[in-house]
Design a binder for this molecule. Structure first.
Ligand code: CP
Length: 310
């Protein structure tokens, strides 16, 4: 298919064909991730700025690797020593950076839901959303899809449980949009305070008993509690949360023998997942991280292609 999307703001905006196209291109890039070859020229002569207003290990590092492997000039915006601390707005900051000339793509993570859309309306660079507030984390959704497809050969017809703090999770929303578009079934699982029934309106099934759901699913995607976004503790204690919704080896025995265990990271070991499960034979958590580089290479190269025809 001909790629025409200038931005990647969220999977809600992408069709099934577009999502499949990114996954196919990422599949082609995957063998390159482990090799330290000379850079490709997909982004040669292009400048990419990484604007991270929230902490990140996986997303930021994998975007940088992807940008360098595609031959881009990479610029980091260091929030801690920037003039945002003096009251400059996001749009003013971005317009000033753009006025320095030659920014083609801005990769942005921000704590405010909708910040990438605001930037896309304000500057002429392509915007790639690296996570905005509680709204979307589209490249995480794509790398989760790629990992599932790598191990199962398909997405359609699979049943995926996403477990934990759904209410505050941009990862859950991007996964939901992508999985439903590609024909999977999705069940959100967690306490009522973190998994409100309103998610049914988006097409998810909602459940509050993990043990009942486990035997029926092909994939379990465990999420951490987003403590930085909580106004009050949504359950009596971490210990009780772990007992009811944590994945340990004993609970995993209730699942199908070939179930896949995913986690977007960062992991809180011993809270939502025990170390033996996180590092065990059903876990594909490090495959997700590797696929993150391939997916980000695919997104950047497709967005750069689309810019040529604008
Ligand atoms: N999964 C994810 O977004 O991790 P980081 O916050 O480390 O980027």
């Amino acid at each position: 298919m001909e790629w025409t999307q200038k931005h990647l703001l969220g999977l809600e905006d992408y069709s099934a064909a577009e999502i499949t196209c990114v996954l196919d291109v990422a599949d082609d890039f995957r063998p390159l991730v482990a090799r330290n070859d000379a850079p490709r020229d997909d982004l040669s002569g292009k400048a990419v700025i990484n604007l991270f207003f929230e902490p990140s290990t996986r997303t930021r590092t994998s975007f940088e690797l992807a940008e360098r492997r595609l031959g881009a000039t990479v610029i980091h915006f260091d929030v801690a020593v920037s003039s945002t601390s003096k009251g400059e707005t996001l749009v003013d900051t971005a317009r000033n950076i753009e006025a320095m000339g030659g920014i083609d793509i801005a990769v942005m993570r921000h704590g405010a839901s909708g910040a990438p859309q605001l930037l896309a309306r304000s500057i002429s660079a392509s915007i790639v959303n690296a996570g905005d507030g509680q709204r979307e984390h589209p490249t995480q959704g794509l790398l989760d899809l790629l990992t599932i497809r790598q191990h199962r050969g398909r997405i359609a017809g699979l049943h995926v449980a996403i477990v934990g703090d759904i209410a505050h999770s941009r990862v859950a929303r991007s996964n939901l949009y992508g999985l439903l578009k590609l024909g999977a079934e999705v069940t959100f699982v967690g306490p009522t305070t973190l998994v409100p029934g309103a998610f049914r309106k988006l097409g998810a099934q909602v459940a509050h008993n993990l043990d009942d759901v486990l035997p029926h699913v092909d994939v379990i995607n465990m999420l951490r509690i987003q403590t930085e976004r909580l106004e009050e503790q949504p359950f009596p204690s971490i210990r009780e949360y772990s007992r009811l919704f944590g994945l340990d080896a004993q609970r995993l025995q209730r699942a199908k023998p070939d179930v896949l265990v995913l986690h977007p990271g960062p992991i809180n070991r011993g809270v939502e997942i025990t170390p033996d499960v996180a590092d065990g034979c059903r876990s594909v958590i490090l495959d997700q991280v590797t696929n993150g580089v391939a997916v980000r290479m695919a997104v950047l190269s497709l967005v750069a292609q689309a810019r040529k025809s604008l």
